[in-house]
Design a protein around this ligand. Structure first.
Ligand code: PHE
Length: 472
């Protein structure tokens, strides 16, 4: 009650880029990217991931920014505003559903990082022998109570910041702490690559072995490009909607994509050399970060100090992402049902926390319960990141490519009509990116040859375009 209905805006251009980077950079970069890279054989997987970022991620990010800024509306109503007659807004509903699912398990992982921060401060963590770290992590997720308490603590923080509103809450945090995280990651990386036996880890990241890839790896790489860049569910539409008209969107989209990718790669170089040096398992799964990095901190002077700051900063990186996830349903519920921000944030935060508790228990005490072969945690992650986000992204591409008028889309993206960059972007989002997404889906479904077709499709189109045969 008494809240003004005037839409908030970012304080400055840098504020927007930092907030959008704050959304993109999070557990996806530091926790998930290394562990899925480890499960999918290393370097070849990274190459596929980078291709997905360039030809699918970037075009979608620019599309989301322009939809949000043009309409100044949330994930659902922005589509309705631009295309009232057609069912494109369904994409927004899928996004709201994806946000629910992602934040529920995201809160659990963030809870683990809070636990580790606490254990690092209290000195307990680094007093263990390096060989005990896997069991130590196993004991945490096997505990029925402890991870849930930390998950709830994290969700309370998330709700508190979102209650404060866009500018005060989100922008201020991102501004100060993102650069600090980068510095800490670099320190950890340098220690990690100078450990004895680290070179096997560097090879793992730099020498591609394409035979390690399965059809599923391609889907995981694509899904992670969306997850890591916060795309496909309307986060960047919602953030774009708080942007004023005088920013240049293409350069903003480039800055955010590059920052996110660089951080993920640094995290990879911080973790894998240590994985091999300490004799850990590259395919260890969701616990990889937690089993490996404490061993690196043990080898650093002032290890306890660095470990505390590092895990603390990961918590904050997770927070700046979590608030952007919660912002999607909050913006939708306030606009659609006229709920106050307070009511929407508290109710939604509560429901998401409950689902997250089930996800947390499914990593330990409820581990025997599976849906289609995966526990609740893994299933929430799989369906949201690898199905809902790429599908949402596909619709966003098609919407901007075909649902909007060409001139309208160019203008909204700050391109002049004869911009070469603009034309390449439009061509990629109309033809190359949708083809890539569709064929990766088909390939994962086991449609024979679809992958080869995907590659041939993309390359042929790019060539025809460069030759001027098609396009414009
Ligand atoms: N991009 C965030 C991360 O890498 C997670 C996220 C996904 C945020 C989807 C918003 C939307 O941690």
């Amino acid at each position: 009650m008494g809240e003004t209905k005037k839409r908030e805006q970012w304080g400055s251009k840098l504020g927007f880029i930092l907030a959008a980077s704050g959304s993109a950079i999070g557990l996806g970069n530091i926790w998930k990217f290394p562990y899925i890279t480890g499960q999918n054989g290393g370097s070849a997987f990274i190459i596929i991931y980078l291709i997905a970022i360039a030809i699918v991620g970037f075009p979608v990010m620019l599309s989301e920014f322009l939809i949000g800024r043009k309409t100044q509306k949330d994930a659902v109503n922005s589509f309705k505003a631009l295309s009232p007659e057609k069912p494109w807004f369904f994409t927004g509903y899928m996004g709201v559903a994806a946000a629910f699912m992602i934040l529920s398990f995201y809160g659990v992982v963030a809870g683990w990082t809070m636990t580790y921060t606490w254990e690092a401060v209290s000195g307990n963590l680094l007093s263990l022998d390096a060989s005990q770290f896997p069991d130590h992590f196993g004991a945490l997720i096997g505990d029925p109570v402890k991870p849930i308490l930390w998950q709830v603590a994290f969700m309370v923080l998330t709700v508190a910041i979102v209650l404060g509103g866009v500018k005060k809450g989100i922008e201020r945090w991102s501004k100060i702490l993102m650069p600090l995280l980068l510095i800490l990651l670099l320190i950890v990386m340098f220690r990690s690559i100078t450990l004895e036996g680290a070179s096997a880890g560097i090879d793992f990241l730099l020498k591609p072995d394409f035979s390690a890839l399965t059809p599923t790896s391609f889907l995981v790489a694509l899904g992670h490009a969306f997850f890591s860049l916060s795309l496909g569910m309307g986060t960047m539409i919602t953030y774009g909607s708080y942007l004023s008209k005088d920013e240049k969107l293409p350069s903003a989209a480039i800055s955010v994509s590059v920052a996110d990718t660089v951080i993920a790669l640094i995290a990879g170089f911080a973790i894998f050399p240590a994985v091999f040096a300490l004799g850990m398992e590259a395919g260890a799964g969701p616990g990889l970060l937690f089993m490996t990095l404490p061993g690196v901190f043990q080898q650093l002077p002032l290890g306890t100090f660095f470990a505390t700051i590092f895990f603390g900063l990961v918590v904050i990186a997770a927070l700046t992402s979590a608030i952007s996830i919660l912002e999607v349903p909050v913006a939708f519920f306030t606009e659609k049902y006229n709920w106050t921000r307070t009511k929407a944030t508290i109710i939604l935060g509560f429901v998401i926390t409950l689902v997250g508790m089930a996800a947390s228990l499914s990593m330990g005490p409820w581990g025997g319960f599976t849906i289609a072969g995966k526990n609740i945690f893994d299933q929430l992650d799989w369906v949201s990141a690898n199905i809902l986000l790429p599908l949402g992204g596909l619709f966003i591409l098609l919407f901007v490519g075909f649902g909007m008028k060409l001139k309208e889309a160019f203008e909204a993206a700050d391109f002049s009509l004869d911009s070469k960059f603009g034309k390449t972007w439009m061509f990629t989002l109309r033809f190359v990116a949708p083809g890539f997404v569709l064929l990766v889906f088909l390939n994962a479904l086991g449609v024979t040859g679809a992958l080869t077709a995907a590659i041939i499709w993309s390359i042929t189109l790019v060539f025809l375009y460069l030759l001027g045969v098609i396009g414009d």
